[in-house]
Design a protein around this ligand. Structure first.
Ligand SMILES: Cc1ncc(COP(=O)(O)O)c(C=O)c1O
Length: 434
């Protein structure tokens, strides 16, 4: 058996769906089948992925533009050749996970690179595997530093499913797990007055995504980030910014909070949390980066107090370093800005054409939300557009909005094709409603 067949399409899709339902998650398989999308991703390359077979199993594989990018995991597309080469080189050179209790060359080098790129004096990094883990780390460190317990997050925001991260989220994600902490409260995103009222002398930290993705790709008015910074300065609360989706060049700027949403609004948080894109789609790694004054409160008495065995794996550090080298290049960021303008204008045109269905298009760089008047239309449009060959999804906490995030390496010709397909998908929805 050749290697490809060994790993991709080793069994017919029908059998794999049965195995998935039996041993992984039955309701998920039923959900995808009901939407006419009972397919399993197979080959993937660049901005495209293929399914193993079509929805009717006898159909040929679907070829899809991945405009989900798994929230930024595939910023550099699937199996980016430079990243794959780098990982193979590091394996051949004899690197492995490393031992988390020991010191590490690769973690030192990645920490230095992060310090060079992050805004202001954010210069220390603690590593993890997942986004939720890195968020938990930021909240824990805030509590250690401030000796306070309260946390203020924003309604609809999403920071993961681990302990503290889950506690910051909406009840729909928490309730089934009986997860509710009295010290955690939520306020509307973009409302500085509500934030001011919620934050006080017991607040350890304020946390939000610069462009909340799950909440509907929301854009705060100019001045909001600076005002929250001020509130944190006045009360001593730590400002934690989650750029798991909006960071690493997604807005056409390295950091959304530092010029990515409004070029002349550059705010320096106390913590910056990254994940998804840090993996370059190949090797999971998350980072919780913070200002140096925080270190003492966490590690002085016990440098081993925070542990993640596979967090900051040395192979992952090598991958992340190469990814940062590519994505922080001014030419790369310029490309994202140019593609972002083309894509934003194209989506706006689609909105004008279907103004009876689409309420608003908003975004920055290559992170866009398309809000429909009706939640049902957004869900039907999502299925219709996927069937046209563009993978995207609705926002988990604002289902009337589709979130579209093409890989950052997307080219003009691809975007034009993607826009045609999105438009066709919306047209089919419109015809369906007649
Ligand atoms: C903005 C944001 N923060 C944090 C997370 C949590 O990341 P993970 O699923 O790796 O724990 C996610 C995941 O979707 C996210 O979108």
């Amino acid at each position: 058996m050749d290697n490809k067949k060994k790993y991709i399409g080793s069994l017919p899709q029908k059998e794999l769906l049965k195995l998935y339902a039996k041993h992984v998650n039955g309701p998920k398989v039923r959900f995808f089948k009901a939407a006419g999308l009972g397919v399993i991703p197979g080959e993937r390359k660049g901005i495209m992925l293929k399914t193993l077979a079509g929805p009717r199993q006898t159909d040929p594989p679907l070829e899809i533009y991945n405009c989900r990018s798994s929230g930024g995991v595939f910023n550099l597309g699937h199996c980016n050749p430079t990243i794959v080469r780098t990982l193979k080189e590091a394996l051949d050179a004899g690197l492995d996970l490393g031992d988390h209790q020991l010191l590490s060359e690769q973690r030192a080098l990645l920490g230095k690179k992060m310090a060079e790129l992050l805004p202001g004096d954010i210069s220390k990094t603690t590593f993890g595997v997942s986004g939720g883990e890195a968020i938990d780390c930021a909240i824990k460190f805030s509590r250690a530093y401030t000796k306070r317990k309260e946390c203020v997050s924003t309604i609809g925001g999403y920071h993961g499913h681990t302990g503290f991260a889950l506690a910051t989220g909406d009840p729909n994600f928490r309730d089934n797990f009986l997860w509710s902490f009295p010290e955690f409260k939520q306020v509307p995103f973009g409302d500085a007055e509500a934030m001011r009222n919620a934050v006080g002398e017991n607040t350890a930290c304020v946390i939000f995504e610069t462009i909340p993705a799950t909440a509907g790709v929301l854009l705060a008015s100019k001045g909001y980030f600076s005002e929250v910074r001020e509130i944190c300065n006045e009360t001593g609360a730590m400002m934690i910014i989650d750029e798991v989706q909006a960071g690493l060049g997604r807005t056409g700027h390295m950091w959304a909070i530092y010029g990515g949403v409004y070029p002349d609004e550059k705010v320096i948080p106390d913590f910056m949390v990254l994940s998804k894109g840090m993996s370059a789609g190949i090797y999971p790694l998350s980072t919780c980066s913070y200002k140096p004054f925080i270190e003492k409160a966490v590690f002085k008495d016990d440098p081993f107090i925070h542990i993640s065995t596979t967090g900051g794996a040395e192979l992952g550090c090598v991958v992340a370093l190469k990814m940062l080298e590519i994505q922080s290049d001014p030419k790369f960021l310029d490309h994202v800005r140019k593609m972002g303008t083309i894509f934003g204008e194209g989506l706006e045109k689609i909105k004008q054409e279907y103004s009876d269905l689409i309420k608003e298009v908003r975004g920055r760089g290559l992170m866009w939300g398309v809000e429909f008047y009706e939640e049902e239309d957004s869900l039907l449009a999502m299925i219709s557009i996927i069937k046209e060959g563009v993978l995207l999804n609705y926002c988990g906490n604002k289902k009337d909005t589709l979130i579209i995030m093409p890989p950052l390496i997307v080219e003009k010709g691809d975007l034009e094709e993607i826009l045609i397909r999105i438009s066709r998908g919306v047209l089919k929805l419109k015809n369906l409603k007649k």
